[in-house]
Design a protein around this ligand. Structure first.
Ligand SMILES: N[C@@H](CCC(=O)N[C@@H](CS)C(=O)NCC(=O)O)C(=O)O
Length: 252
């Protein structure tokens, strides 16, 4: 493996896709620089760096030397190949789990984004920190526009029911494996399904932190109650040093 390749990851601290990528990189012991991406505001800079003025840009996105990896899956696959010891598990066997995770996260995102659109305080919390308190109300429309753009950008990926299906399949998979690991040993399959739990009851540390109203928008009380066993499972993965990663620790 070429450990000298500089890795630069752009991500959103609260995004489950970013969590998947960071967890995989860290589990593979790959050092990376991290830049927080703010929707809309960070886009022009990232486009310049990519020399890509049109077409979709999303995060996580990683520069690995001259390569650009644009999907959490590609970043994890890169990490697995670089490490070369199979520690993320059999990526071919894991792909269907990632597909379930992707569909679930798409539904989760739409739910969160729509809760934020209907929550004036969460919208204000989404404005850049430099905006003074008295201007936040009058400028709420800017946050509304940015969040509505996000909603539209990803609405085509919404398949209602995907979130619950993924959680049910995870319960089934864990019960079949008879352990805390979907494939018998800890693998990227566990990371991608634990990331789904992050969309109904986040545990990971977010830096910068989300405001209180925004945090509420990330809670799906009904699903969290129905799948409390999966919340406990995710908590166990997060608590065990062998399976955890930096966002699950109190300090980076
Ligand atoms: N399939 C992609 C999904 C990435 C994705 O949906 N990223 C969203 C996370 S909310 C994003 O970049 N949002 C900010 C934006 O589009 O400006 C992956 O696995 O990385």
């Amino acid at each position: 493996m070429n450990a000298d390749t500089p890795l630069l990851l752009f991500g959103e601290t609260f995004s489950p896709w970013t969590k998947k990528a960071r967890w995989a990189l860290e589990y593979c012991d790959l050092a990376y620089d991290y830049r927080e991406y703010t929707p809309s505001l960070s886009e022009p800079g990232l486009r310049l760096r990519l020399r890509q003025m049109t077409g979709t840009v999303s995060v996580p996105l990683m520069f690995a030397g001259s390569q650009v990896l644009r999907e959490s899956w590609d970043i994890a696959d890169y990490a697995a190949r670089q490490r070369g010891d199979g520690r993320l598990g059999d990526m071919i066997a894991i792909k269907p789990w990632n597909d379930l995770s992707e569909a679930a996260l798409a539904q989760g995102r739409t739910q969160v984004v729509r809760r934020i659109l209907n929550n004036p305080q969460a919208l204000e919390e989404g404005l850049p920190n430099i905006i003074p308190q008295k201007m936040r109300g009058p400028l709420r429309f800017m946050a509304y526009d940015a969040v509505r753009r996000l909603d539209k950008k990803y609405a085509h990926l919404l398949k209602p029911g995907s979130l619950r299906t993924a959680l049910l399949k995870t319960q089934e998979g864990l019960s079949q494996s008879g352990s805390d690991y979907l494939l018998g040993d800890f693998s990227y399959a566990d990371m991608v399904m634990a990331a789904v739990v992050e969309v109904i009851a986040p545990l990971a540390r977010h830096d910068p932190p989300l405001g209180p109203a925004t945090q509420k928008c990330w809670q799906d009380k009904a699903l969290a109650e129905e799948f409390d066993d999966l919340l406990a499972w995710r908590d166990r993965l997060a608590a065990a040093p062998a399976t955890s990663y930096s966002q699950f620790r109190s300090e980076a």
